[in-house]
Design a protein around this ligand. Structure first.
Ligand code: F6P
Length: 476
């Protein structure tokens, strides 16, 4: 590990660019993730001394930290300097599953079934202590690694307290915080106990700059500051908006690799042809199986389409990729089971010997996702609430023949894509059914024109520029 106090650019996030698995022989294998931060950080170039601080997420990660002291082998990270923190497994579980994913995620996505939840009791207070400890571990590691006056970009709802903690340890640093989620409106945010609400906001306000994916989320944050901390409370922190876009060069290259072509052929086989020999139309959705993605209501709208407009039977297939997420949480496991149950029910009610109405796949396969993007006639992106939603931006970029985009007005991406999407209220099954019908019926000329404009809008701020813009803004 390079000596402390040298990095001039630092990124901090719970999930790092690489995670490990451990086999029976005790060998560790690294798996690199993608995402905006990875390409963003690599865009600053090899001359800058940059370090990414992340947490060990599982036992294999922890074993890696034990063997390496935390400085990951550059061969595993694509040359990137990464320091992984071995935060005590129980502390991590309470901070990540208990607070970040079961409280803050729920608040910002407005997911509570409020007659019975949330319950902010003694168990919550204990988990909150773990969340503080977890944030402190990041703040201390950042303080150790950062050179004089360095720029630090702290990511997401896992790390809301770290900016203020770091400011206390290192007043010389330029600190930015970025929220990748929506931000709750004040009347929902204030479900949090008053002291906790104040701590979250005050933690982020410890940064020089707090940034969001859309103006809507940025405004909600300032409204919360006003309501909880008082008028003018956010005036010492600059607020910014950076609408992360799709990485067109990478996606177009990746979507034409042989493995994607193979998967397209397999998908075409599954989709099949109508009784009169024409290829069936496809409604594609690709999501992590998140409570906020609204997969079940999407299936219900599709079912209503088959019921109310029988002319679509045998002529359309709904390809639904619902990849596992946060399976440590029972509510996610239950939701995954419900997605499977509803898909099975639709297939048994409407399916025929040579037509499966819903093709549901739950095993993560990026090449197959790209194959589905390329051949989709309609993309269904209907989250009940979403920070941005990159699927909405990626589909138009790689679509072969033009794709109609059915898009929830509650997705951050809607702010940029509304004009050429078919908008939906994600709670309204009838409305989504009508939108699916409209999208399936759209003529090829209009579809192609809209897709072209959507792709231009979707790639306006590619990940590398999204990252560099934030760095530049911190300097200003
Ligand atoms: O998609 C929003 C987001 O906050 C990302 O920024 C972040 O990587 C992800 O959710 C967290 O998901 P996970 O719990 O799988 O790390």
């Amino acid at each position: 590990m390079a000596s402390p106090h040298t990095a001039s650019v630092l990124v901090a996030s719970n999930r790092g660019p690489v995670s490990y698995t451990l086999d029976e022989r005790g060998e560790l294998t690294a798996k690199r993730g993608g995402g905006g931060l990875v390409s963003g950080l690599s865009a600053i170039g090899p001359d800058t001394d940059a370090v990414w601080i992340c947490s060990a997420l599982n036992d294999a990660d922890r074993e890696t930290v034990r063997r390496t002291g935390g400085a990951l082998d550059p061969a595993d990270t694509g040359g990137q300097r990464v320091r992984m923190l071995d935060i005590d497994a129980r502390v991590h579980a309470d901070a990540y599953n208990g607070i970040a994913n079961s409280v803050l995620w729920f608040v910002h996505h407005m997911l509570y079934q409020t007659p019975l939840e949330p319950v902010f009791d003694a168990a919550f207070r204990r988990q909150w202590k773990a969340y503080e400890e977890y944030n402190r571990a990041f703040a201390e590691a950042l303080a150790q690694e950062a050179g004089q006056g360095a720029a630090v970009l702290i990511q997401d709802y896992h790390l809301t307290l770290a900016p203020l903690m770091l400011r206390g340890l290192r007043p010389d640093l330029r600190i930015g915080h970025f929220s990748h989620t929506p931000w709750a409106p004040p009347e929902y945010f204030r479900m949090l106990p008053d002291d906790i609400a104040a701590q979250v906001l005050g933690g982020i306000l410890g940064a020089d700059r707090a940034a969001f994916l859309t103006q809507r989320w940025a405004d909600a944050f300032t409204e919360c500051c006003h309501a909880v901390l008082g008028p003018g409370s956010a005036s010492g922190t600059r607020i910014g908006v950076h609408g992360l876009g799709a990485d067109a060069d990478f996606l177009r290259w990746r979507a034409h690799q042989p493995d994607v072509n193979e998967r397209m052929a397999a998908l075409r086989q599954q989709i099949g042809t109508t009784p009169d020999g024409r290829p069936r139309k496809t409604i594609v959705r690709v999501d992590r199986t998140e409570l906020s993605k609204n997969i079940v209501r999407g299936l219900l709208a599709y079912e209503e389409l088959l019921e109310s407009r029988p002319e679509w039977r045998e002529r359309v297939v709904h390809i639904a990729f619902a990849y596992p997420s946060r399976q440590d949480l029972a509510v996610y496991r239950d939701y995954t089971a419900e997605v499977e149950r509803v898909a099975t029910e639709i297939n048994s009610r409407y399916g025929t010997a040579d037509w499966t109405p819903v093709e549901l796949h739950v095993k993560d396969d990026f090449a197959r996702s790209l194959a589905a993007y390329r051949l989709a006639d309609v993309a269904l992106v209907n989250p009940i609430r979403d920070g941005m939603n990159l699927v909405a931006k990626e589909v138009p970029v790689v679509s072969d023949g033009g794709c109609a985009l059915v898009l929830s007005r509650e997705a951050g991406a809607f702010e940029e894509l509304a004009e050429d999407a078919v908008p939906v209220n994600p709670y309204d099954i009838g409305g989504m059914t009508a939108a699916l019908h409209q999208a399936l019926s759209m003529g090829p000329g209009e579809r192609a024109e809209r897709t072209k404009r959507l792709a231009a809008q979707a790639t306006a701020l590619p990940p590398a520029r999204w990252f560099l813009e934030q760095l530049a803004a911190l300097e200003g």
